[in-house]
Design a protein around this ligand. Structure first.
Ligand code: FE
Length: 283
């Protein structure tokens, strides 16, 4: 029998300053561990004011995690210690598996109107993969399948599969699904999610009700679901657009220091020591 997921907890994203002084909004992060396992953090950096984002995220290390950047508007110039250089532009995704370590910078610049917008999700790596070689998936907008269901629901599949359609990112240990879903007005949409997986929706526009509650939620609200095997989204007079993200919990200890997330304090200290003495990079 199908078990619908109810709402476990609702979050409103909060203003935070990161990098060299970027004003963004954080939906969840360090203080929520381990509630979102296998996910660590979700930042929302949508803004119409270049002063909010131009300072960017100059050179910094990552180890033990994946950072997933999904752009809606504007651009992020990216460069790293392995010599990669590029721009993540509107509609594109960069799925970066830091593994044993990269040092990179991420410098946002807006579109011609100064508009900038996107999200960065951090996913944890299992202990067995934290020291794997780093790798990138650069996903241009045309590689992201866009489904339109009979009821008018539109789904962009960044990762995971719906029916026969697969997203461009695969071979990720936590078996994530990352979808950008728009539900038109006056619809009740049911979506299957494997039971036992952590699942949340982050609303990025419009208004909708989730789970078994009548209350509707708007932009910048995150709904964390309890367990079950499907979620329901219901709209009335407005459509709703949200990111729907799920993944298999790791249930491993977390030692988190800024941009590095390991399993033990010793591994964390070791990583920072290596960063200080120039032996951080393994590739
Ligand atoms: Fe980074």
């Amino acid at each position: 029998m199908a078990i619908p997921r109810s709402i476990r907890k609702v979050f409103k994203s909060k203003p935070t300053i990161e990098g060299a002084g970027v004003h963004l909004k954080r939906a969840f992060g360090f203080t929520e561990v381990p509630l979102f396992d296998p996910f660590l953090l979700l930042d929302d950096f949508r803004s119409n004011s270049p002063g909010d984002y131009l300072k960017g995220f100059p050179w910094h290390p990552h180890r033990g995690i994946e950072t997933i950047t999904y752009m809606l508007d504007g651009n992020v110039q990216h460069g790293d210690s392995m010599g990669h250089n590029g721009v993540i532009s509107a509609g594109a995704v960069q799925w970066m598996t830091a593994g044993s370590g990269i040092i990179h910078q991420e410098m946002p610049f807006g579109d011609q109107h100064g508009k900038m917008g996107g999200f960065q999700l951090w996913a944890n790596l299992p202990a067995s993969q934290k020291m794997n070689p780093p790798r990138y998936r650069d996903i241009t907008p045309e590689l992201i399948p866009k489904l339109r269901l009979d009821n008018g629901v539109e789904i962009r599949i960044i990762c995971g599969n719906i029916a026969e359609t697969n997203g461009p990112v695969n071979d990720i240990a936590i078996d994530p699904q990352y979808l950008d879903i728009t539900v038109p007005q006056g619809i009740s949409y049911n979506h299957q999610i494997l039971s036992g997986y952590t699942a949340f929706a982050y609303i990025i526009g419009g208004q909708g009700a989730f789970g078994n509650k009548d209350e509707s939620y708007i932009n910048e609200t995150l709904i964390l679901f309890g367990d079950g095997d499907s979620i329901t989204v219901t709209t009335e007079d407005n459509p709703v657009r949200f990111l729907l993200i799920s993944g298999k919990p790791l249930n491993e200890p977390i030692a988190w220091g800024g941009p590095i997330v390991m399993n033990t304090q010793a591994e964390l200290s070791n990583a920072f020591e290596q960063y200080q003495n120039g032996t951080f990079l393994k590739q």
